[in-house]
Each structure stands twice: as C-alpha cells, then as structure tokens.
Design a binder for this molecule. Sequence first.
Ligand SMILES: *Cc1c(COP(=O)(O)O)cnc(C)c1O
Length: 368
Amino acid sequence: MTGIDDLPVRDELRGKSPYGAPQLDVPVRLNTNENPYPLPEPLVERIAERVREAARNLNRYPDRDAVQLRTELAKYLTKTGHYALGVENVWAANGSNEVIQQLLQTFGGPGRTAIGFEPSYSMHALIARGTGTGWISGPRGEDFTIDLAAAERAIAEHKPDVVFITTPNNPTGNTVPPETVLALYEAAQAAKPSMVVVDEAYIEFSHGDSLLPLLDGRPNLVISRTMSKAFGAAGLRLGYLAADPAVVDAVQLVRLPYHLSAVTQATALAALEHTDTLLGYVEQLKTERDRLVTELRAIGYDVTESDANFVQFGRFTDTQAAWRRILDHGVLVRDNGVPGWLRVSAGTPEENDAFLDAVRELKKELDA
Ligand SMILES: *Cc1c(COP(=O)(O)O)cnc(C)c1O
C-alpha cells in the first residue's frame, strides 16, 4: 500500500502527524474548548432566514472583501474593546487558523522564522510548517508564565519575523500581562522589526480586558480573534483580526479570491445580531470555570490560574493513564502533551459535575 512517505511530499512534512484532537463519541466531551450551549432557537431561525436570502444569490461570487461582516465585527470590537476600530482595521477568514495562515504567508514563509512561547497553541507551529516558515520554540517558566528576560533574549538571538503571544494562553489558561506584551513588542521591533501576533481566542472569558487599545501607534501589532469559542460557533469557521489598515491590505495579497463563502458571511452576520445573548452564555461559563478551579483544588489537584473557558490541572506521574481513567468514566478531556497536566473545557453544570465526580474517583485511586 502506498503511504505518505512514498509520495514526493516536501521534506519537512515527512514523518509528521496532522492535527488530531480525538473526536470520540462519549457522553461528556470536554476536550476541544467548544462552547457547550447550542445556539439559541431565535438565532437558529435568523441564520436560516439570512442563509435563505444568500441562497438566492449563490450563482454569484460572494463579496470578496466581506465589507458588511467586517463592519459589524469592527462595531463589536469597538463596543467591547474600548478602542474605536473601523472596517479598514478588520479582516475575516475561515477560522482564526486561516487568519494565522494568511499572516504567515504574508510575513513568514521560506527563509523566515516565527517564535511562540510553549506550551501554547499547537496550530501556530503547525501552520508555520505548512507555510514553510521556520519555527522557534520560545521558553515559558515552570509556572507557565512568560519569563520576560528569557523571552527577550530568545527574540534578540533569533530575530524572528513573526512573534506569537497567546493570551489567555492555550492549553495553560493563564494571561500574559499587558506590560509583558508591550516589552516583547519593543524587543521584536529592536531585533528585526517583526510582526507581533496576539492570539486572543479566549479573551471574552478573561477577567481582564482585550489588548486592542495597544494597536494605537503600533502598525506591526495584530490581534487575532475567533467566533469559535465565546460566540459558540466553532462549526461556523469564522476568525478575524484587528490591526493597522496596512496589515489588512497586506493579507489581501495572499488570500484566495472569494475565500469567505456567502453562506459563512450570512451566518456570521446573524450571530453578530445576537451578541448580547451569546455573551450571556460566556458569563455562565466563566462562573463554571471558576467553580472548576475551586473544586479541583479542594479535591487536591494543582490548577493553573485560568482566564479562559478551560482549566489545566495536574499533576500526574502517568498523564496518559490518568486521561484514560477519566475517559473510562465517560468524560473526554485533553492531553496536550504537557507532561503531568491535562486540560478540561468548561461545560454545562451537569457536564462539569460528571467531570468532577470522575476526577474525585481518580484522586482516590491515585492516593490509594
Ligand atoms: C481555538 C483556538 C483558536 C480558534 O481557531 P478557529 O480556527 O478560529 O476555530 C485560535 N487560537 C487559539 C489559541 C485557540 O485555542
């Protein structure tokens, strides 16, 4: 049988595995940081209406520049981010993964490098590889915070073209302080200058504010966002960025023409009409996230401070065995490959109770 390595694939892809969080059919799935609440029925109706309208024009290509959608996203960011943005500051694509891919196609690529501070979002490194961008794994401290001096040294040494800062960070959950982001931006400008991409996929769940106001006077800063988490629309595939208008012009050099389908644009516009309801679920999830932190600590686990819709907990001598025992109880959590730690997404109160029962049992077994 022919395998991948029998094909003339690029050298850097040989022997590698694709992104693959298990999609197992178990009662409680808390492994991919999805929002556990289905979209409310009035929104489902509105999506159907908007998609019906869009369907009448599917013989035509969609708005290539998604102007109406970007305008509404800019309004949402202005309202929640305490910083005025217009359509010219916002770009949208099929998930923030595509936004990141377009950024690396524009500012990375063969002969260039990108750095991330790991453990962090594994897709940054994978998309770097896919775009032929060299990847540099920058350091994090024992407590998963970014050690500023060490990070500045890594930037000065490697002079990367793109710097990724994920805040709140995935899979650890903790926030990078704004002062650290600013210092890393300065270090990146002194070293190269390079683009600094702040991945705020989880910012709506944070105790703190978005870093959008830092865009003022910083043309090499990009903030990337998504509707996959807070908006409860992972299936929609809609990510976006906010930046200087020049960045929006630059990514258009690499985007595929008509990359964002008319159906996607219509669906995202419908969801944005229901922002208030959707952000209401975010408040419930934050309460549940805080409850998970408190209860996990009460059971006796170590927990990393979380500003996201998930919690990293440990520590385990055999992480894979712990993951398996929790799965035996019908609960799927995530092993992100961080030795000693697992990650659980905040679900509905019932799902979280099932998870807490499972890890209570596990703790008894481990202590026995
Ligand atoms: C989930 C996640 C995303 C979202 O990716 P989409 O392509 O928008 O679904 C982006 N960044 C981080 C850090 C994430 O955890």
